[in-house]
Design a binder for this molecule. Structure first.
Ligand code: PLP
Length: 392
């Protein structure tokens, strides 16, 4: 039989649903052409609804460019920011700051744990920072931060709150206005389920005012002031947007709004719990502290004696791609992305492949144990109706 596409269960890019892939394959319109302008506007409006954003910038790039664009438009070289990190992607914000000549105070903690709010508050109370950065879900450790609580602290100490939403946006709530988030820097290939290639920044009033106050910024392509007029009127030109990707993102946004934000977040939460129940049933333990587990991905330690490359190669033989770990747990753990347009169907295939791979590598686990536990967890919830074909 012919081999079908592998199931890509890494923490981004995530599986791309057919309607999104088809939007990507549409005729490439001129970027100031009516049909495209309409789709771009529709897409930006939908994103503003999702984030409660004052403004949205969506241009060609990656999540890392969003991080850089967010900082360079709101903080001057020489100013100080507080970087709260739960892993490799939190650390990346300190590197971005350094490259821009911005001083970063870094607040970290042991891998898999969460920086206590009291420590964040103590830092904010001790020094006036131009901004605080927080990674909503650190994709290296699987730690979900507390943006709502940090939003309250940022307000109390009057600092700009920048949230890296890359591994969370569209899978976990991020209501900017309700939670006091001044900016969300994010991208499209994770919980949006679109092919990679977009820089997305959701901007609140305070961040817009900060950009105004800065006057000029040391960037051309990334200067919000060059892009904001285009976002307000996409029939004008500054630099050519990735037309087909924006059509794909627009399709993704439509899917998100049709599912309903509450339903979508509840589905992610339920998938996360199902994956964890499945792994627990075969003795595979998460790296992440129980209180900080993210709905969008799971980072779990290999049982003793399992080689990372051999495990992932076995998984690929079975048609499932999972990711290795990053940072200090590299080689000791693996990561399963479970966000975007995936449901229990994909989890069943993934977990059954984990069972088979472990058995093949000499770690005996009972076939079906992880799958059974995951389905039992999934079936517990009185769920909103799901249209994916999972039967719920
Ligand atoms: C993936 C990721 C990034 C980087 O995104 P790229 O699109 O690879 O540049 C940044 N932050 C977090 C939390 C991520 O998961």
């Amino acid at each position: 039989m012919i081999k079908t596409d592998p199931l890509v269960m890494i923490p981004g890019p995530t599986p791309v649903a057919d309607p999104i892939r088809q939007a990507m394959a549409t005729q490439t319109y001129g970027h100031t052409y009516g049909g495209f302008v309409k789709a771009y506007k529709e897409c930006l409006a939908g994103l503003k609804t999702i984030f409660q954003a004052e403004q949205m910038i969506v241009v060609g790039g990656a999540g890392t460019l969003s991080m850089e664009m967010g900082l360079i438009n709101t903080v001057r070289a020489g100013e100080e920011i507080l970087v709260v990190t739960h892993g490799v992607f939190g650390d990346r914000y300190a590197l971005v700051a350094k490259a821009l000549g911005i001083k970063a105070d870094v607040l970290s903690c042991p891998v898999g744990e969460r920086v206590p709010l009291a420590e964040i508050e103590a830092k904010l109370a001790a020094k006036k920072y131009a901004a605080i950065t927080l990674t909503h879900v650190d994709t290296s450790s699987g730690v979900m931060a507390q943006p709502k609580e940090v939003g309250e602290l940022a307000k109390k100490y009057d600092t700009l709150f920048i949230l890296d939403g890359v591994c969370a946006s569209a899978g976990i709530p991020e209501p900017m206005k309700d939670w006091g988030i001044d900016m969300i820097v994010t991208t499209c290939q994770k919980a949006f389920g679109t092919p990679p290639g977009l820089t997305m920044v959701a901007i609140g009033a305070k961040a817009l005012a900060r950009r105004e106050a800065l006057g000029t910024v040391p960037t051309y392509y990334s200067d919000w002031k060059n892009w904001l007029p285009i976002m307000d009127n996409p029939s004008t030109y500054f630099a050519t947007p990735p037309v087909n990707l924006i059509l794909a993102l627009n399709e993704s946004v439509k899917i998100i709004l049709a599912e309903g934000l509450e339903n979508r977040y509840a589905r992610h939460d339920r998938i996360g719990r199902s994956v964890r129940a499945g792994l627990a049933a075969i003795g595979v333990k998460p790296v992440t502290a129980a209180a900080a587990l993210a709905p969008t991905l799971t980072v779990a330690y290999y049982p003793a004696g399992v080689d990372c490359a051999a495990f992932r190669a076995k998984m690929e033989d079975y048609g499932v791609v999972v990711a290795g770990a990053l940072g200090e747990i590299k080689g000791k753990a693996f990561r399963i992305g479970h966000m975007g347009n995936v449901c229990i169907t994909e989890i069943v295939k993934t977990l059954s492949s984990v069972e088979r791979a472990l058995n093949a590598l000499g770690v005996p686990v009972q076939s079906g144990a992880a799958v059974g536990a995951a389905c039992a967890e999934w079936d517990k919830a009185a769920a909103p109706s799901c249209s994916c074909g999972c039967g719920k």
